[in-house]
Design a protein around this ligand. Structure first.
Ligand SMILES: [Zn+2]
Length: 118
């Protein structure tokens, strides 16, 4: 059995991480109409050629950050869903229980160290 105390601790850590990621995401992206996916924001800096170039640069940065953070947020949300379902800490690849050390190091881990996709 996975330690219930560890699950509760990690749940708090995951909820904190989720709030942080959503906050960071809201700076570079806006939530889609369905409330699901985030869309990178297109910045409006100005209308001169220089400003338009700056917008594209900024937009590309937003796309990269949005993709990175949305991926992290998805893993955090998946982990929270597993806590609710009671499958938290079970390796998705091998079906065995993960060690406490693994879950302490990476609360959103989906796989054990052995099965982690490289
Ligand atoms: Zn495994």
């Amino acid at each position: 059995m996975i330690d219930q105390k560890l699950i509760q601790t990690n749940k708090q850590r995951l909820l904190k991480e989720k709030a942080k990621l959503e906050h960071l995401l809201s700076r570079v992206a806006k939530r889609g109409a369905q409330g699901g996916d985030f869309q990178p924001k297109y910045p409006d800096i100005g209308d001169t050629e220089d400003e338009n170039i700056a917008e594209v640069v900024e937009y590309e940065k937003n796309i990269a950050e949005e993709r990175d953070m949305e991926g992290k947020l998805r893993r955090v949300n998946d982990a929270l869903a597993r806590i609710e379902k009671g499958t938290y800490g079970i390796c998705a690849a091998g079906g065995e229980e993960m060690t406490s050390a693994r879950l302490e190091a990476v609360p959103e881990a989906e796989n054990c160290v052995q099965h982690e996709s490289k």
